[in-house]
Design a protein around this ligand. Structure first.
Ligand code: BES
Ligand code: ZN
Ligand code: ZN
Length: 488
């Protein structure tokens, strides 16, 4: 799908079909020129509601308000409504909220995100027919829009949405086709294409680095683990960001085997790591003046004679001992070592980890929302804010000293599960906090994306399956750092 920006008014453009977003249905606005027909068709301009007037070659779509979070899914819904048609080119006006181009960016993201569908394993592939979109600078409320700003908004939208779709493809790939070695290969290929540096640690190096907890989780798999390190290092960076991703290419639960119904979709347990790869791609393509490091712990959690066991005591890279009581709480073990390694390699101003860490987070906040945890309330609310600005749902969860105590072990320094069935998202986050060094204590936030990373139905601008959760929020966060004058 390619985009073209023009100063010509929409009426002067020749395209197969025009998309018209209706924000306020009672408007006398000239875009709503088909009021009678629309009424006849029963179109009420509800959020994401579409109406295709075939003979006019116009597609109407409703949006609740002129905000990014309404425009993005509306644009996605519009592009989806063209699935199966023969419309190849679209024209569309610019929609802004008082001239601010965020909504323009959201619309473009919506088109690209909405056009995505995962077809790799279908013998007959359905592709979205739309190839070309012409965006007119003609603005919804007749404001003058700066062409440079509009062009940048479109450019950034394309990079962000393409990176999100790239992540979706990785996550949707089956565990038999995407195991740690393959995931590392994908990261290397992406690095080659974008000019990033990629260093991959194999078992020999992992042993040398004393990443014994990660190696223990990986032991029963026929696929050896990898730790992937991607680097974006611009000249004179404003600050340094480290991203760490959980890359469980499959989570069977290990010997604490998951029940059959819970095992399905566990190919998506690599969503955090895949999001990190997507973010790195976008940051490289935008060439942001921030140094960004991405670390991915890529492991498969399986069963077998060689499997690590409940009752084992593991020694993490930072020397802390961990009593294993449940091999299905493997993500935190992989992250513990990967976080230690990341902090050893890079002294960062911001340290984030992204992980499909707990079912408890999904129970607590629902399928569509990520849980954000941090020792710093300020950093936590900043992440939540940028997530929302980027079109992702996120909410803060509080650590507390009472839940921390539930991780106590009689035989080791800490236990890999809590002794209570409640508050599982938070106890997992507090487990990770044990592997954050003093220097990074207030610079770290943990983002549990277990809910939104993979949902088996379409929602908003997201398809059924992988959503690419975490990509847009992190890209936005880093973009904000790049723009911030106080970081010099
Ligand atoms: N990968 C799962 C968490 C998960 C569950 C992600 C559902 C996405 C959807 C994780 O490794 C896990 O199994 N966690 C356990 C922890 C428990 C054993 C303390 C869980 O959430 O049940
Ligand atoms: Zn698990
Ligand atoms: Zn897992």
């Amino acid at each position: 799908m390619n985009f073209e920006l023009t100063a010509l008014p929409v009426a002067d453009l020749s395209s197969d079909v025009e998309i018209i977003i209706v924000v306020d249905k009672d408007t006398k606005h000239r875009f709503v020129q088909d009021k009678k027909l629309l009424k006849k068709a029963g179109f009420e301009a509800g959020q994401d509601e579409t109406c295709l007037l075939l003979e006019k070659n116009r597609l109407y779509v409703g949006a609740e308000s002129l905000t990014s979070s309404s425009i993005r899914p509306a644009a996605a819904s519009a592009i989806k409504a063209l699935q199966g048609t023969q419309y190849r080119s679209i024209k569309v006006a610019t929609y802004t909220n008082k001239g601010c181009t965020y909504t323009l960016r959201a619309m473009i993201e919506g088109f690209i995100l909405g056009a995505y569908s995962f077809q790799t394993y279908k013998s007959k592939k359905k592709k979205n027919p739309v190839k070309h979109i012409t965006v007119s600078l003609e603005e919804y409320s007749e404001l003058e829009i700066d062409i440079e700003k509009a062009s940048e908004a479109i450019h950034k939208a394309q990079i962000t949405a393409d990176a999100t779709n790239f992540t979706r493809d990785i996550v949707n790939t089956t565990p038999d086709d995407c195991y740690p070695e393959v995931l590392a290969g994908i990261a290397e290929g992406m690095a080659d294409d974008t000019g990033l540096v990629c260093n991959v640690l194999k078992p020999k190096e992992l042993r040398k680095e004393k990443m014994e907890t990660l190696l223990a989780v990986a032991r029963a798999s026929r696929h050896a683990p990898r730790v992937i390190h991607l680097t974006h290092k611009p000249k004179n960076p404003k600050c340094v960001v480290t991203l760490v991703g959980k890359g469980l290419t499959y989570d069977s639960g290990g010997l604490s085997l998951k029940p059959a119904d819970f095992m399905v979709t566990m190919k998506a347990d690599k969503s955090g790591g895949s999001a990190v790869i997507g973010v790195m791609k976008a940051i490289a393509e935008m060439d942001l003046p921030v140094e960004v490091h991405g670390f991915i712990g890529a492991v498969e959690n399986m069963i077998g004679g060689d499997a690590y066991k409940p009752d084992d005591v593991l020694v993490a890279k930072n020397g802390k001992t961990i009593e294993v009581r449940n091999t299905d709480a493997e993500g935190r073990l992989v992250l513990a070592d990967t976080l230690c390694y990341a902090q050893q390699e890079v002294k960062a101003d911001y340290l984030f980890d992204l992980a499909t860490l707990t079912g408890a987070c999904v129970v607590g906040v629902g399928n569509y929302t990520s849980g954000v945890m941090s020792n710093s309330e300020e950093l936590r609310s900043l992440v939540v804010k940028e997530a929302k600005n980027a079109g992702e749902l996120a909410t803060g969860l509080d650590f507390n000293r009472y839940l921390k105590k539930t991780l106590k072990s009689e035989v080791a320094d800490i236990c890999n599960i809590s002794n209570t069935r409640y508050g599982g998202a938070i106890t997992a986050g507090q487990f990770l906090s044990e592997f954050i060094d003093e220097d990074h204590a207030d610079k770290w936030a943990h983002i549990d994306i277990a809910g939104p990373a993979f949902v088996e139905h379409a929602w908003g601008e997201n398809p059924s399956g992988a959503s690419g959760a975490g990509v847009r929020m992190m890209v936005k966060f880093i973009e904000t750092l790049a723009e911030d004058e106080s970081h010099q």
